[in-house]
Structure formats: structure tokens, C-alpha cells
Design a protein around this ligand. Structure first.
Ligand code: NAG
Ligand code: NAG
Ligand code: NAG
Ligand code: NAG
Length: 567
């Protein structure tokens, strides 16, 4: 049904009026002047931001673990938590989770009851965070957090348990709205949440996945396949990468559809040889003319060599990390890894997609691996990667450095305003504020990419309204966005991107994906005001249902995003 409608709608581009400017900015916004800059937002948010998720109200939920001992922020209203199973502090009056409000740069403490250490999560269709697993009394816990307009909402511990212990597992929201939870320490299976009936089916059990057994290295604690990288591909199947190998899984039939070539090189890419992975932007422009699915490409960067963890763990010898990235066209019948080198070696490298479709690589170290006291030489400079830059020498750009080492248990997320929020770092067993040279870090910083510079104000679009019923962008329908802009440039015009907010921990931004929508028309509606019409993202396999940040990009410069629900 989608197809019929689409076929009517190709290439109806029309510009009612076009204003061509003289030189207000450089023609190429990314012609590199700007290495961006850093701002310290909070010296201490009270906890170390090990896990972060941006919610639809531009608040960011953060948490570390309940059995870390006393944090630097009290529970609200003088409350305390008594938990006989807590391994550090059974009577604890401090918080291990907070809700950070981006607009006001303020925060409030939240209450988690059981241990969330090294856990995973995903936001469901309604914008509720579903968080899964953890450690000890949290191994099989499911918890949720639903945003609220007042300051009353808090964590809920759900009654139904996970089937398997999920400690160091990864999650992904699926096209039908369920969440898949894959792997974890000694968990060679996957399962689905919620543990309720969906479409008449109950998803209680775990399903064995041999791939997880096969990719596990045998050194104790050095599995190199934890927090596997997950990406839902355009056909709805799940790409899973662990260690050096990757497969395409039909999770409904518990069937491996294909195995991809092994990533070249000796380097390992998953915990504790922690690298990172992104699904490069999916371009939906012109789909329907014989092709119903866009090409999809995965990019994996950083990691560590096989001996890195044993050496760091046993002898405190920190060898150099991986320098390579690999790109694989996972929708090709015979794909080959295309390898590149980053400007510096990097382990624990967070990768985030910017609204421009560029990738930022941030946080991490040049020596060692993830784990307690297992890395040295933090890298303070992020790197920008421009996937579409034809000249390989110009593809990576080193950006301006922060002042804070962000190694094990740090995290980073993209905000709706286009900044990168960075926090956490704690390579110690508990909170250790005196450790030298890498104390437990409780601060929060923002990185401002080049595109936020005032020199781009004239070409930066500003969204006035999304014209879709209830702000809902439905798969089959057209919708419009009105925006203001001082200087409109018809070439390359305006594009619309949707970015799913990630659940970031251990350098992997789960659920992160970007879709560049098919623009049908742009028209001027008033002086300095325009309307762009586009197709919704076609199918749930391209964009699993839920809340996305919608950005307009003009002359390479993104707007601030508004949140839209895709369903
Ligand atoms: C703990 O919080 C206080 C403010 O509440 C701050 O002054 C102090 O620096 C924090 N400690 C650490 C280690 O960040
Ligand atoms: C503590 O652990 C025991 C045994 O696993 C369990 O029965 C009990 O419910 C736990 N208590 C709490 C508060 O989690
Ligand atoms: C559709 O595809 C054909 C064959 O690739 C091409 O010649 C044609 O220009 C395309 N039409 C549009 C509207 O993109
Ligand atoms: C980092 O690794 C290199 C190469 O293995 C080594 O020469 C150097 O000493 C290491 N640095 C530290 C601080 O351990």
C-alpha cells in the first residue's frame, strides 16, 4: 500500500521563490575553521554518568550503580534505601541516578532500588525508558522511567523478571515496538521485553545464539564480545557484531541469515576491547523507483589488541589501542570491509551521529582497555569523521580538546540543540574522588560542534512548527515543517533528518539511527519563512516507532530539533 502512494509522488520538487545570497558564509560549512568548543556545565552532578538517555522532554536520565558506596548527592526528602543485598552499603541515603534538565542546567536525584551496574536500555513507542538488567540483585530486573511535567516521576521496578541474567547486554527497539536484549556476561541468548502479550504473543523465553558462544574469548573477564553492537537493518533483521565477527539475525525465527566477512586485523572491538559502532545515515531520498530499501552501511572504530586486556588486568601494562575503523555495506550481497585509520589510536571511543550526518568520535584512551584501572593516556580531542568526503585525508578532522579525561564508564549523547553532552569516567571499583591521576569524575560537559558558531546564523534554519496531526510523523503520510531562515540557498536546499536518541553506555549508543527523509517540495510562505514537505520514513523497519529528534539541515547547518513521534 505504501508503494502505490509513493509512486505518485516522485520528484515534485518546486521552489515557489528562491533567494540566492551573496557571500554570508563560506560555501562549504564544513570547510574547517571550527574545531568547536567545550563548556563545563556542572562540576558535580553527584553521580558518575555511566549510562545516559535523552528523553522526549529534553531531560537526560543518568545512572551508575547502587553498590558503589555513597555518591555525592543525597536521595530526595531525606530518604534512605535499605537493601540487605547491596554489596557496598546496605543503608544508603545517597542517589545513584539523576534527571538532568538541559534547558535549565539543573538536576534532581532519582531512586533506583536494585543494582543497575553495566546494564542496558531502550525507549519504547510512548517515550518511556525500559531499562534492563544489571548486577547482583539487578541481574534480571526490568525498570522503567516515564517522563513527567512535574518533578514527581521516578524509577519503577517492574514485577516481571528477565529470563536470563543481563549484565553487559545490548538492546535495540524493534519495528514492532518490542525491545530485544542480546547477550551479557555468560548469557549466550537473547530475549524480548516487555514480558507481556504483544500482538497475541507472549515473549517470555530466551533464545540460544551460538554466535555469542563462538565469539567469546576465554581469558577470565576478557570475553571481547560483551555489549555486542546491534543495528536494525532496513529489512528489519538484526545486525550483530561481536569481537571481530558479525551476523544478520532473523530474531523471530531464531535463524542466522548470513555471516559477514571477519573484520580485518587482530583488533577486537567489544568489551573489554571496547570500540564503537554506528549505522551510517539511511538515505530515503528517491526510494520506491524499483528499490524499496536504502543501502545500509555500518562503521566500527577503535578497540584493542588481543593481549591488551590480559596485560592490563594482570600486569598493569598498557599497550596501544586500535587505530583502525572499518566500513561494511551490510546490504551488499558480497560486502568487503573498507579499512581506514583514525588520527590517533583509541579504545572506549564513543561514536555519535551528528545532525549533519557526520560522525563524532569522543572520549577514550590510547593505551589499555576497558575495566578497572586498565587504561592510561586519555584522549581529550574528539575527531570528526565525514563519511561522504571523497578525499580520505580530509575525512578525519581532529577537534578541540576538553579538559577532562573520560575513560571507563564515561558516556556521551546528542542533544536536540545539536550539542554533545559528555559525562562520567570512573575506572575504579567504587567512587574514588582522590584517585590519581584519574579520580571518579562527576562532572558534565557540553561539546559545541562547529555548526553552532554565530558565523552560521544567517543560514541556520529555525523550526516554527511541524504540520502533522499530533506531531506524529506516520510512515505512509506526507508531513510539513515550517521554518524561518534569513538566507535561503536552493542548492543543496533543505533536508530533514530524524535521529533516534541513544541509550549510551560503555561507548555504544544503542538504538542510535539517522534517517534522511525524502523531501517533496519547498515553498516560501512569508518573508524569511518557508515550508518543506516530505514523506514519512516509509516503514517501521527503517524507523522503529517512537520519538525522534527532527532536524532541518540547510547549507550544512542544522536547526535545533523538535521531537516528533513516528508511528
Ligand atoms: C561534591 O559536590 C559538591 C557540591 O555539591 C562539590 O563542591 C564537590 O566538588 C563534589 N565532589 C566531587 C568529587 O565532585
Ligand atoms: C535479597 O536477596 C534475596 C536472595 O536472593 C532475595 O530473596 C531478596 O528478595 C533480596 N532482597 C532485596 C531487598 O532485594
Ligand atoms: C527510475 O529509475 C530509472 C532506472 O534506474 C531511471 O532511468 C529513472 O530516471 C528513475 N526515475 C526517477 C523519477 O527517479
Ligand atoms: C602506550 O603504548 C605504547 C606502545 O605499546 C608504549 O610504548 C607506551 O609506553 C604506552 N604508554 C603507557 C603510558 O603505558
Amino acid at each position: 500500500m505504501a508503494f502505490k502512494k509513493l509512486s505518485l509522488l516522485f520528484f515534485l520538487f518546486f521552489y515557489i521563490r528562491v533567494i540566492v545570497s551573496d557571500t554570508v558564509v563560506d560555501d562549504d560549512a564544513t570547510s574547517f575553521g571550527g574545531g568547536g568548543h567545550w563548556v563545563l556545565l556542572q562540576r558535580s552532578v553527584g553521580i558518575s554518568a555511566m549510562h545516559m538517555q535523552v528523553l522526549l522532554d529534553n531531560k537526560v536520565i543518568m545512572f551508575d550503580r547502587t553498590d558503589f558506596g555513597p555518591s555525592n548527592i543525597s536521595l530526595p526528602n531525606g530518604r534512605c534505601r535499605f537493601n540487605p543485598n547491596d554489596t557496598a552499603l546496605k543503608f544508603d541515603c545517597t542517589a545513584h541516578s539523576i534527571l538532568y534538565d538541559v534547558a535549565s542546567n539543573t538536576l534532581r536525584p532519582l531512586t533506583v532500588q536494585t543494582d543497575t551496574w553495566c546494564s542496558s536500555g531502550a525507549v519504547n513507542i510512548d517515550g518511556t525508558l525500559i531499562q534492563t538488567g544489571g548486577y547482583n540483585d539487578g541481574y534480571t530486573k526490568l525498570r522503567s522511567f516515564t517522563p513527567c511535567a512535574d518533578a514527581q516521576c521516578d524509577w519503577l521496578e517492574l514485577p516481571e523478571p528477565l529470563t536470563s541474567r543481563r549484565w553487559y547486554a545490548s538492546n535495540h527497539i524493534l519495528p514492532d515496538g518490542r525491545v530485544i536484549v542480546v547477550g551479557g556476561r555468560a548469557a549466550f541468548t537473547y530475549e524480548f521485553v516487555p514480558k507481556t502479550v504483544v500482538n497475541g504473543k507472549m515473549f517470555q523465553r530466551s533464545y540460544y545464539l551460538r554466535f555469542l558462544t563462538e565469539t567469546r574469548d576465554s581469558f577470565p573477564g576478557g570475553e571481547n564480545n560483551l555489549y555486542p553492537f546491534l543495528h536494525v537493518l532496513p529489512d528489519g533483521n538484526l545486525f550483530i557484531f561481536a569481537n571481530k565477527r558479525s551476523i544478520l539475525l532473523d530474531y523471530d525465527r531464531n535463524q542466522v541469515l548470513r555471516e559477514y566477512p571477519v573484520m580485518p586485523g587482530d583488533e577486537k572491538r567489544n568489551y573489554p576491547s571496547t570500540g564503537s559502532s554506528v549505522l551510517l545515515p539511511l538515505r530515503l531520498t528517491g526510494l520506491g523507483n524499483g528499490t524499496w530499501f536504502p543501502d545500509a552501511e555500518v562503521m566500527i572504530c577503535g578497540g584493542a589488541f588481543p593481549e591488551a586486556f590480559p596485560l592490563a588486568d594482570k600486569r598493569k601494562v598498557y599497550i596501544e589501542a586500535a587505530r583502525t575503523c572499518g566500513r561494511l555495506k551490510v546490504t551488499d550481497p558480497n560486502p568487503k570491509w573498507v579499512m581506514e585509520e583514525m588520527p590517533t589510536r583509541r579504545v572506549m571511543s564513543d561514536m555519535l551521529i551528528l545532525p549533519t550526518g557526520e560522525i563524532i568520535i569522543v572520549n577514550g584512551a590510547t593505551n589499555g582497555t576497558a575495566g578497572w584501572e586498565d587504561a592510561v593516556n586519555p584522549i581529550l580531542s574528539p575527531v570528526l569523521y565525514r563519511p561522504d568526503e571523497p578525499d580520505p585525508l580530509k575525512r578525519f578532522l581532529v577537534l578541540n580538546p576538553s579538559i577532562t579525561p573520560r575513560m571507563y564508564h564515561s558516556s556521551a549523547v546528542l542533544l536536540a540543540d545539536g550539542r554533545i553532552l559528555v559525562g562520567g569516567s570512573n575506572p575504579h571499583r567504587g567512587y574514588d574522588f582522590k584517585a590519581y591521576p584519574y579520580p571518579t569524575d562527576l562532572s558534565l560537559e557540553a561539546y559545541y560542534p562547529y555548526y553552532m558558531g554565530p558565523e552560521y546564523n544567517a543560514v541556520r534554519p529555525s523550526i516554527i512548527a511541524v504540520e502533522a496531526a499530533y506531531n506524529t510523523v506516520s510512515y505512509l503520510e506526507e508531513f510539513s515543517v515550517t521554518f524561518s531562515l534569513r538566507v535561503y540557498r536552493p542548492v543543496p536546499g533543505i533536508s530533514i533528518s530524524l535521529i533516534a536518541p541513544s541509550f549510551t553506555t560503555h561507548s555504544f549508543a544503542m538504538n542510535q539511527r539517522m534517517l534522511v527523509l525524502d523531501v517533496i517540495a519547498v515553498q516560501q510562505v512569508a518573508p524569511f519563512a518557508y515550508k518543506v514537505t516530505a514523506h514519512g520514513p516509509l516503514y517501521p523497519t527503517l524507523a522503529p516507532p517512537g520519538f525522534y529528534m527532527l532536524y532541518l539541515v540547510h547549507a550544512g547547518i542544522p536547526s535545533v530539533a523538535v521531537w516528533v513521534q513516528v508511528k
